[in-house]
Design a binder for this molecule. Structure first.
Ligand SMILES: Nc1ncnc2c1ncn2[C@@H]1O[C@H](COP(=O)(O)OP(=O)(O)O)[C@@H](O)[C@H]1O
Ligand SMILES: [Mg+2]
Length: 288
């Protein structure tokens, strides 16, 4: 059974993209699974990590995917050669891109197209946006090709995040251990509960866990972590292994030619050890 993991919180800067990268690379490099990375955030940070996105010349802001390596203008006269996950909201097909990691393929963001889908308000159209990603992931060719799908989401509770939650089988909430971030966790727990009521028995949505990110050994962070570990609503979800605040995570994201995976750092590197420990726990909960 394919596992579809959404990383979601309505606040920015909590670690959604970082976790999307970590879980994609853990599944692909360590577990040797076939991964599809889907970027639902108009900021396109997840796709930018794996592909050389281009500046959008028409809208003069935002990013568009590069020309697809399989594009041939002669044989595909009706395709502009670029493919984004946003195309599913316009009734178009999509073609995942290979990445520099053998087992990771990417469906990148298109900033302006995703922003348009996020801005939809009419109820009937909204319903279409909400279900398009789920319908795409249900296609036999998707389910037969990949073992794990990782979805990165924008920092909102808008249509794109809802679409990701509706499409996923598992949800991870990365969060800093700070007051505003903790408020965000409760909002996401509510979204998860609402969605789980609507699911059928054979299509559940599992909240895998709340992962403490950018953790520092200070009493503020430890206090919030202990609070979440004892509160009825969160104690079963808080993942006991934290990701600390480390300069190396930022450095890994500054790529030249090829991004470097934290799982390619020396075996004893503390960042590699803590990521392996946290990702192993998350994947054990998912593949149990
Ligand atoms: N554990 C960490 N230590 C240091 N920097 C981090 C850590 N996690 C994330 N960052 C940095 O913080 C910023 C926001 O993280 P990101 O994963 O992009 O959050 P989000 O996707 O939730 O907005 C990025 O620049 C990222 O490199
Ligand atoms: Mg992000």
């Amino acid at each position: 059974m394919i596992k579809v993991i959404a990383n979601a919180t309505n606040k920015g800067g909590e670690g959604k993209t970082t976790m999307s990268i970590l879980l994609s690379e853990y599944a692909a490099l360590v577990l040797k699974k076939k991964v599809l990375a889907i970027d639902m955030d108009p900021q396109a940070n997840f796709s930018k990590y794996y592909l050389n996105l281009e500046y959008d010349p028409i809208h003069k802001s935002g990013k568009i995917p590069p020309i697809h390596p399989e594009y041939n203008a002669k044989t595909d006269p009706r395709w502009d050669g670029r493919s984004s996950i946003a195309d599913i909201f316009y009734g178009e097909g999509v073609s995942p891109y290979p990445s520099c990691f053998e087992n990771i393929e990417v469906l990148p963001a298109n900033s302006n197209k995703l922003q348009e889908a996020e801005a939809v308000t009419k109820q009937d159209v909204l319903d279409k946006v909400h279900l398009r990603l789920k319908n795409f992931i249900s296609l036999p060719e998707v389910r037969d090709t990949y073992e794990v799908i990782i979805i990165d989401t924008p920092p909102s509770k808008g249509p794109l995040t809802i679409a990701a939650i509706k499409a996923c089988s598992h949800m991870v909430i990365p969060s800093q251990m700070e007051e505003d971030s903790i408020d965000g966790i409760y909002g996401m727990l509510q979204l998860w509960k609402q969605e789980s009521y609507m699911r059928s028995e054979n299509d559940p949505i599992t909240l895998v866990g709340i992962l403490a990110n950018k953790f520092r050994d200070v009493s503020l962070h430890e206090g919030f972590f202990d609070h979440l570990s004892t509160m009825e609503a969160t104690k079963n979800f808080i993942i006991p292994h934290k990701i600390k605040e480390r300069v190396v995570y930022g450095e890994l994201r500054v790529k030249d030619d090829r991004p470097k995976s934290v799982f390619e750092l020396p075996e004893k590197h503390p960042a590699r050890i803590e990521c392996e420990t946290a990702c192993k726990e998350i994947m054990n909960r998912i593949f149990k």
